[in-house]
Design a protein around this ligand. Structure first.
Ligand code: M6R
Length: 608
């Protein structure tokens, strides 16, 4: 995680670096810092805590210069503190570095450098990097960085400046994202495009171990072997306003309200009544699809929960066995993979290190990989055989919302695409599902109009330490996502349980007043689910129940009911997750939590 930026041009670097960091704070916010070169002196300003602390510091003690690097940190090695903040500087003060990633052999490098007389002051893995570069420096910064990274194991995106070559930034990446921005007489590096979107839309996406040297005359990119290379300059089409709150109090609530549009955009051109489903430029033939004997959906967090829904629907509609795996577990459990295996790597950011590692493992073993991601040009998009994009738009809040619902949409699209090619569903059945899908944006908008019951439940329950989410079938899959939202933004411990499983142990935790959200949208399981809800109300639980419009009988079992527009069973997760996102949001607000930047978290987890 962490966010890095760099600027070289004709303007003062410090405000531009801070502006860039403000767009990257979602990647980590334990500390922030910048290094700016004026003439041949590196000036550093850094401190623990949010970027606001750094801004205050810079207001009282500005740093001047037209070239610099900046960092916002999500702590891995070493607690959040001033001393552990980036940039880190070589002991002789000549080289400063910002780093996103983890240097896995840093202890070995630290010992080696210590034996040569280098001293270390922080607890970070990063501090070895400037010293290593310094050790190899012999009048050529690029050469020294190349030599240093050849000794490093792990992941890194680096921005490096040196007072011996005060006109340039050297940058490189491996397994951590980095883009290079090209403006008019000014050039940038950043972990992610929003950091530079106010300044330029023209970017180079670097591949692993490509190096870049930036000065105020331009950008030169080098291959891992050190040869200068030409790359395609990509023009980003995102709307810069997407990175603003647009009148909402938080990005999360803004993004919750953007879901009707995000869902509609994600279906556009893929789902058209009367026409076969199309899947972008996917290169799979009918024979390739028939050849698949197993699908692994691999993802983390919220994307994993979308994958759980994907398993249900692909198996149900396309009749292909699907396993759903947590990415960080997948590669270590020796999964059975061969050329008949398809992996679907699901990731909003396209940069999640665990998912990327699982993708690489699957490819090495001969599987074909489809990436489903929201970020064009991301590592996962580039390394997969095929990519399908969720057109959710920029998602800034750490808690994922519109990425989840658009991932669900693509799970349905993929299931229908395979069903269409394998003839596991008739044309009429496919048309019926497609038409129902096309009505989802309207129905989500409808759900978003009715918040009172949810606000009341949040107000009455935000002070609880524990909460339970119950559901059966796809409602259980959605319950997992509701539980994660609650944990991550309102810090309430919660568990999602399959309605029928609770009685096998966990029901012992239910007592008078225990807060429970029961989701009962699956028509085929409604009766059974109501019985499970009765089991907890009998023991005193305070239950908010979700049901489809018309199923008013739920009212006799629960304390309060929330109704969702009618839809078919497989599509209900798109609707039922909306009130779950809202309840988590309202509870977090009641508790005074920092909704968009929950403690200990970062949006993009680029370390394993
Ligand atoms: O970018 P990704 O979809 O790969 O991210 C995966 C998880 O880190 C992410 O979904 C995380 O769980 C969210 N904070 C949940 O809201």
């Amino acid at each position: 995680m962490c966010g890095i930026v760099g600027y070289v041009g004709k303007k003062e670097a410090s405000p531009i670096l801070v502006e860039g960091l403000s767009k990257l704070e979602y990647r980590g916010y334990d500390s922030a810092g910048i290094a700016v070169i004026d003439k041949d002196v590196i000036e550093i300003s850094k401190c623990k805590g949010r970027l606001a602390n750094l801004k205050d510091k810079l207001d009282t003690s500005p740093v001047k210069g037209k070239i610099g690097i900046g960092h916002t940190r999500w702590a891995t090695h070493g607690e959040p503190s001033d001393i552990n903040s980036h940039p880190h500087t070589s002991e002789n003060g000549s080289i400063s570095v910002v780093h996103n990633g983890i240097i896995e052999n840093y202890l070995h490098l630290r010992e080696w450098l210590s034996s040569k007389g280098y001293k270390f002051y922080s607890e970070t893995d990063t501090e070895v990097i400037p010293n290593l570069i310094c050790h190899f420096y012999n009048g050529d910064l690029l050469d020294a960085v190349m030599k240093a990274v050849s000794k490093m194991e792990g992941s890194y995106a680096l921005g490096v400046v040196s007072c011996d070559e005060p006109d340039k930034i050297v940058a490189v990446r491996k397994d951590s994202p980095l883009v290079v921005g090209v403006g008019t007489d000014e050039f940038f590096i950043a972990s992610d495009v929003p950091a530079i979107l106010n300044r330029t839309r023209d970017v180079y996406y670097l591949n692993d171990k490509e190096f870049v040297v930036l000065n105020d005359a331009g950008v030169k990119i080098y291959s891992p072997e050190g040869d200068e290379i030409k790359k395609e300059l990509v023009t980003v089409t995102w709307d810069a306003d997407a990175a603003e709150k647009g009148g909402y109090e938080h990005f999360m609530i803004k993004e919750i309200h953007e879901q009707p549009k995000a869902i509609r955009d994600t279906m556009t051109s893929r789902i058209i009544p009367g026409q076969p489903i199309t899947l972008d430029n996917i290169k799979m033939t009918k024979a390739d699809i028939e050849n698949i004997d197993r699908i692994y959906i691999v993802a983390c967090g919220t994307a994993y929960h979308a994958g759980v829904v994907g398993k249900y629907v692909i198996e149900k509609l396309a009749k292909i066995p699907v396993e759903i795996d947590i990415a960080s577990e997948f590669r270590y459990r020796d999964p059975i993979i061969n050329e008949k295996t398809l992996m679907i790597a699901l990731s909003q950011s396209g940069e999640t290190a665990d998912t990327l590692a699982a993708l690489r493992e699957a490819k090495t073993k001969g599987a074909r990989v489809i990436a489903i991601t929201n970020v064009v040009g991301s590592s996962i998009a580039r390394e997969a055989d095929d990519v399908i994009y969720t057109w959710a738009g920029l998602e800034i809040a750490v808690a994922s919302t519109k990425a989840y619902t658009t991932q669900l949409i693509l799970m349905y699209v993929v299931a229908l695409y395979f069903a269409q090619h394998k003839n596991t569903l008739g044309v009429d059945e496919i048309e019926k599902i497609k038409n129902e899908m096309l009505s989802l944006p309207e129905k989500v908008s409808e759900v978003l109009k009715h918040k009172e019951v949810l606000q009341k439940f949040a107000a009455n329950n935000y002070m609880h330490k524990d909460m339970f989410f119950l559901g059966r079938g796809l409602d259980y899959a959605v319950a997992m996502e509701g539980s994660l939202k609650t944990k991550e933004i309102s810090y309430i411990h919660s568990e999602a349980y399959a309605g029928g499983e609770l009685k096998h142990g966990t029901i012992a935790l239910i007592e008078k007043g225990t807060a429970v959200i029961a989701i009962a949208t699956q028509e085929s399981l409604y009766g059974k689910m109501i019985s499970n809800v009765k089991e907890v109300t009998t023991r005193g639980a305070n239950v908010l129940g979700f049901a489809l419009e018309g199923n008013t009988s739920i009212e006799s079992t629960v304390d309060s009911a929330f109704y969702l527009p009618k839809t078919i069973d497989i599509l209900s997760p798109v609707l039922s997750v909306i009130p779950l996102q809202l309840v988590a949001y309202y509870m977090a607000i009641q508790k005074g939590c920092d909704v968009d930047k929950p403690r200990n978290l970062a949006k993009s987890v680029t370390v394993e």
